[in-house]
Design a protein around this ligand. Structure first.
Ligand code: GTP
Ligand code: MG
Length: 220
């Protein structure tokens, strides 16, 4: 997919403030400092579109960007940021989970994990939660420039093994580096495929019920 235009739309602290949910939307989530904002800038080939920082906790709101005047890309705050107050953490958590659960046009969530780290409890729990809520997600390994190819393969194997304890089928998994601009084509191609396969008339309000074959079938 060619990125022709990308514009910052707005930052929101609650779902009610988000732009009207009438266009396909892709969100990027993961622990603080995992590289969400950097990956977005790399994908969009814009250095300072999303704000980046070496200090965790940089992104604090739900940030909407509109791509090709056709779909939304969303930069979210990190979860599990230890250096903030308990109250702040709870506020972030609520903001993120409500947004993910209730945003009808959110058609895929990319869960970012740092390729250097072993599977972390908080990430696995988040993916489990997505599964329970019927939230479609994919996994993105970040910062692969920091690992040699054999170390990377080792981490990948470890991760897959861990996931197989929880899932029968693995979600799509991507290898990326914002620094080395790796994985851009693959991710954009995947976004394009999902984007082309879903239209607004297919949005479902109750995602969990939908995936369980519940009442709210798509209207198309
Ligand atoms: P929060 O907004 O705080 O949740 O963080 P974030 O997940 O958006 O991370 P961000 O993109 O701000 O990057 C955090 C740090 O990791 C920055 O210092 C980046 O320069 C660095 N970083 C991000 N991606 C890469 C990468 O692919 N390779 C390397 N080497 N460093 C990276
Ligand atoms: Mg960020």
């Amino acid at each position: 997919m060619k990125i022709k235009t990308v514009e910052f739309v707005k930052s929101s602290s609650v779902i009610e403030e988000c732009p009207e949910g009438i266009k396909n939307e892709f969100a990027f989530i993961g622990r603080s400092n995992v590289g969400k904002s950097s990956l977005i800038n790399m994908l969009m080939q814009r250095k300072e579109l999303a704000k980046i920082s070496g200090r965790p906790g940089k992104t604090q709101l739900i940030n909407h960007f509109e791509v090709n005047q056709d779909w939304y890309l969303v930069d979210l705050p990190g979860y599990g940021y230890a250096k903030t107050s308990k109250k702040n953490r709870a506020v972030f958590q609520k903001m993120i989970t409500t947004y993910i659960k209730e945003r009808p046009n959110l058609i895929n969530t990319f869960v970012l994990v740092d390729s250097r780290h072993d599977p972390q409890k908080i990430d696995i729990e988040f993916m489990e939660w997505c599964g329970m809520e019927g939230i479609p997600f994919s996994i993105v390994f970040t910062k692969i420039d920091k690992l040699g190819s054999s170390a990377l393969m080792k981490q990948l194997t470890k991760y897959k093994k861990k996931l197989m304890q929880h899932w029968e089928e693995l979600p799509p998994l991507f290898m990326t580096s914002a620094e080395g601009r790796t994985g851009r084509e693959e991710l954009l191609r995947y976004i394009d495929t999902v984007h082309q396969s879903i239209s607004p008339s297919m949005y479902v309000k109750d995602k969990e019920a939908f995936w369980e074959g519940g009442e709210q079938a798509p209207t198309e």
